[in-house]
Design a protein around this ligand. Sequence first.
Ligand SMILES: Cc1cc2nc3c(=O)[nH]c(=O)nc-3n(C[C@H](O)[C@H](O)[C@H](O)COP(=O)(O)O)c2cc1C
Length: 201
Amino acid sequence: MTDPATSPQQALAKVRLLWGVCGSFSAVAVPHVNAWLRGTVGVEEIRTIMTAQARDLMGPRMIEAVTGHPPVTDWEDHKGGGAAHVALGAWADVLVVLPATANFLAKAAHGIADDVLTATLLATQCPVVIAPVMNEAMWSKPAVRRNVERLREDGYEIVEPKEGISLTEGRREAGSLGDFQPAISAALVKAAARPAHPRGQ
Ligand SMILES: Cc1cc2nc3c(=O)[nH]c(=O)nc-3n(C[C@H](O)[C@H](O)[C@H](O)COP(=O)(O)O)c2cc1C
């Protein structure tokens, strides 16, 4: 993604990370994940797509404050040329969907493209990391398991939720954000090592 004269750290800084945020309780983790991406990994180029439900739950301002750019939710939010899904899909070197809802998994597994995030998922050719979060009951449902397996078969990297304290029930269960750092780091390092090529804006 950069020319061979740059150092690995410089190359990583230039990787374009497109970040999809779905309507989950774990959207509250966004500022912390952003801090890790910027402060520890060294990514400088982050753009976000929020689903309408994520925007209802947490609003767009926190994302804009921490990433420095307003999130795209509606088609008209995209201010550059072309349609949002095509432009953002071409811009991205890596797409991360974190948190991903059961609803997002179902749409992605079936090729449904009824909002900017799911349309971008289809439009992009970059590697994709998906970190689903939902409570144990939802995660164990056959429909969700089928969708996750299908997405794996389709080549998406899935970060499974792990056990943690439920935000609503206060008990331990398998519904917390999983260990996303290794999968995202690996995708970013791989993208940074790719030779330079022209990109969309
Ligand atoms: C407060 C709240 C928290 C939610 N948390 C989750 C969650 O962690 N995981 C999940 O799959 N759905 C969760 N949902 C349900 C989704 O928001 C709902 O299925 C929605 O349609 C998802 O839309 P999206 O995938 O376009 O963001 C939550 C809903 C509410 C109101």
